[in-house]
Each structure stands twice: as C-alpha cells, then as structure tokens.
Design a protein around this ligand. Structure first.
Ligand SMILES: [Zn+2]
Length: 246
C-alpha cells in the first residue's frame, strides 16, 4: 500500500492504495536482462524484521515466498548466474531487495542513485541498507545519462530523475512493437491520463514534469505499450510468466 498522493500529486492524500511490484526478464540473443528485483524474500515471512516496523505497518506488503525474484526465475529454469545484466529503476526497498542474490551479474544503475542509497540524506526514506550492503564489490555500470544496453536500440534505459534522484525508465523494442516501463515517473495509468507527476519528488516539480513529457513523447511516437509498474489494476491485464511479450 502506498498513499494515493505519494503516487499522484494532490490525489486523495491519506488514502492508501494497493499497488503492484513488478519484475521483468528480457531474453536478448546476447544475454538475459532482469529489470527490477522486488522485495527481499524475508519480507514474505517477517516484513517488520526486514523493512522495519514503521514501513511494514504503513506498506502492509502482501508477499508470498514464491513471489521472490529468485523463485520466479526458478519457474523458468534459470538461476541468478544466468542473468547477465540487472537493471534497477531505483534502489528503494521495493525495487532493490533482490540485488544481493545476483553476485555474478552486472548491474546497470545511475551513479546518483547508488550514492543516495549508500548514504541517503537524513530526510530521505525508502532505502534499506540491508538491500545493498552485500553488493559493494558487485559489478556496476554506473550511469550519468541514458544507456543502450546491447547497442542495438532493443533495450534502452533513460535517465529520468523524478521520485528517485537516479531514477531510470526502461524502453524495450520487440518485433511486436515498443514497450515502455515508465517506473516511478508515471507509476499509474491515472498519472498519464491526468498529466500528474508523483507527489513525492527528489527533483523540482518542473523537472519531473519535463521528464514525464519527454517520456510521453516517446510513447506516442512509437505507439508503445506502457507497463505501469505500481498499477495493480493494469498489472492484472499484463502477460505474466510463463507468458511473454515478443
Ligand atoms: Zn516503487
């Protein structure tokens, strides 16, 4: 659960709304790419112990052990060592909880986000040191801008600071068309329709709005399918493992 106004500025403050947490696997000829790692599996059995009592009672996570990223990969007969790249939109605890299980992968993140997650400003919440403390010696591609993962335009991350200082969105170009995951920049379909930025921002509202418009421009131009990563209603309509987009 997140506060409605946290996701969409000014919209029903104080009203919690149930959200999805999503993870995607991209099968590219040059390697498997995991986008997002969700919560640490301990959140399924002991949310207060892992997230802390305050966040656990606020967010009320509904996670089962089989929801963890490693268990979902097992259903596809993959293990962490099969994953070449892991891309994270942000390092908040609903995105970075599974990082520690991929010591052999290369992580693609924005440099600013890594720094913030390691040593957040005192007023900034949402990061959990337990998610990242074991990753200090992992391999990272630290970005200060956009990145074309395979240099062929099929898997592209775009730097879009918004509700995270090092937020990045994912653009995947398949034979069947473009898919955009606008992550925390446009977390719900209603943000897109209302032209509304999130209510919790790490940048000036004008910059968040400009980033949203830039993204909407790509979505319109490429007639992209949009996968809204925290939208539970939308998520129910998406293809899920073992089904896929191609
Ligand atoms: Zn999130």
């Amino acid at each position: 659960m997140f506060d409605s106004a946290q996701l969409t500025i000014g919209k029903d403050p104080g009203t919690p709304i149930e959200c999805s947490i999503q993870m995607y696997l991209i099968d590219h000829p040059d390697g498997l790419v995991l986008f997002e790692t969700g919560f640490d599996p301990q959140v399924a059995s002991d949310p207060a112990g892992y997230l802390g009592p305050e966040i656990a009672s606020l967010w009320k996570p509904k996670m089962k052990e089989e929801d963890s990223v490693v268990r979902q990969l097992e259903r596809l007969h993959y293990g962490p060592k099969d994953i070449k790249y892991v891309i994270l939109s942000a390092l908040y605890m609903d995105h970075a909880g599974g990082m520690k299980y991929f010591p052999q992968s290369t992580f693609i993140v924005q440099r600013a986000e890594l720094k913030m997650a390691w040593w957040p400003d005192p007023c900034v919440g949402g990061y959990n040191y337990s998610d990242i403390k074991e990753t200090r010696d992992f391999k990272f591609i630290q970005l200060d801008s956009d990145y074309d993962v395979f240099n062929d335009g099929t898997v592209v991350v775009k730097s879009c600071p918004c509700h995270a200082i090092g937020e990045q969105v994912l653009i995947v170009r398949l034979k069947g068309g473009t898919i955009v995951n606008p992550t925390g920049v446009i977390p719900l379909r209603r943000n897109y329709e209302l032209d509304a930025i999130p209510g919790v921002l790490m940048v000036r509202p004008g910059e968040a709005y400009a980033n949203m418009q830039k993204l909407k421009g790509i979505i319109t131009k490429e007639r992209a399918k949009v996968l809204y990563h925290h939208d539970l209603t939308e998520w129910r309509t998406y293809k899920k493992l073992p089904d896929y987009y191609e």
